[in-house]
Ligand binder design. Structure first.
Ligand SMILES: C[S@@+](CC[C@H](N)C(=O)[O-])C[C@H]1O[C@@H](n2cnc3c(N)ncnc32)[C@H](O)[C@@H]1O
Length: 330
């Protein structure tokens, strides 16, 4: 018989939100940036920002107890080992991801009413995402992608391929990893207009600038640019239901030349749908954030690719952290 989680582990899991909330609030108040210039007391910060002294003292003590901050007499400072991770301007910063999770917190709070069926699904249609929201999301994609993209790119054979279309390319972190490893490749990033604007600004002036072009559009409404020998759908199919994925796969098929290669990176679930566990939990993330998103099995993805016209569908990379890769040929 499979072992069950012990009671202590269940207890820890159910209280995990407390530590998460402390870190999310510190990021939302931008406390780490404010301490980068040197130690400050709760009084200093309250005077500068008009915050509540009791609230801030309790929050800062909790952060010190969690070993994110040092406390010396009444002053707080960032642990030196964490400077790079908590500096918003550092390449190693994890703050964009923490801020992205602070926004996820709000949608996760709706889980009970979503499962009960009394949640207003109209709330999923968000038309009011600010530039700040999108910048934080792009930053978060970059943080999770940076190291993982290179590891994954090493397992994708693009010998002889020249032009990649990255649909929903986001920060371009996966395109850049593939460009790094394939010197004759160029890439076109296709994404919503504000994302393209932000990503273009981030890539301009880098060594990849001359090898990346941009197309603004909505993959649900607009045609995709054609004439590519490779198409990438990285962390895209979980946003959609199966029907929408079938029409996206058809568009990807149209965008490819004969013998074109489609690459899908996502969680690929086994037939039980409970493994990998990260994929089962990510499906909940899609449940609370999208109308029809989910994580899919190899069989489901394969069926939908074949309906769209693809053949030779293969799982070319396994894993358990949204690092699985499926390829298919036109
Ligand atoms: C989870 S992110 C993945 C980003 C990138 N592919 C990666 O793996 O890092 C999803 C991306 O799809 C884009 N996206 C979502 N819906 C879209 C649509 N209807 N048309 C174009 N892009 C879309 C988002 O703006 C975002 O950049």
């Amino acid at each position: 018989m499979e072992t069950a989680l012990d009671v202590r582990a269940i207890d820890l899991m159910s209280v995990g939100f407390q530590k998460a909330r402390i870190i999310l609030t510190a990021a939302e108040l931008d406390i780490f940036s404010k301490l980068l210039s040197g130690p400050k007391s709760a009084d200093d910060l309250c005077e500068a920002y008009g915050w509540d002294l009791r609230g801030l003292e309790i929050l800062l003590d909790a952060l010190a107890s969690l070993k994110l901050l040092n406390k010396s007499s009444e002053s707080y400072s960032i642990k030196p080992q964490l400077y790079m991770a908590l500096d918003p301007n550092s390449e190693e910063s994890i703050l964009p991801m923490i801020l992205h999770r602070a926004r996820m917190w709000k949608s996760w709070s709706n889980l009970t009413s979503i499962v009960k069926g009394d949640f207003d699904k109209g709330s999923f249609i968000k038309t009011d995402k600010s530039r700040n929201d999108i910048e934080a999301f792009i930053g978060a994609m970059e943080v999770v992608g940076r190291k993982r993209a290179m590891r994954i790119a090493k397992d994708i054979n693009l010998d002889g391929r020249k032009n990649l279309l990255d649909i929903g390319g986001g920060s371009g972190v996966y395109s850049r990893a593939l460009l790094e490893l394939n010197p004759n490749l160029s890439a076109t990033l296709f994404d919503l207009s504000l994302v393209i604007e932000i990503t273009r600004e981030r890539i301009t002036g880098t060594k990849f600038a001359s090898r990346i072009s941009y197309v603004e559009g909505d993959f649900n409404k607009d045609a995709l640019p054609t004439g590519h020998d490779t198409v990438l759908l990285s962390a895209i199919i979980h946003i959609n239901g199966r029907e929408r994925n079938r029409s996206l796969f058809s568009k990807a098929y149209q965008a490819l030349e004969p013998n074109g290669l489609l690459i899908i990176r996502d969680h690929i679930m086994d037939e039980s749908r409970i493994s990998p566990s990260d994929g089962a939990i990510f499906a909940v993330n899609m449940l609370v954030a999208t109308r029809e998103g989910n994580t899919y099995t190899f069989r489901e993805i394969s069926e939908d690719l074949i309906i769209a016209g693809f053949n030779d569908v293969q799982l070319v990379r396994g894993g358990n952290q949204m690092d699985q890769i499926i390829t298919a040929l036109k």
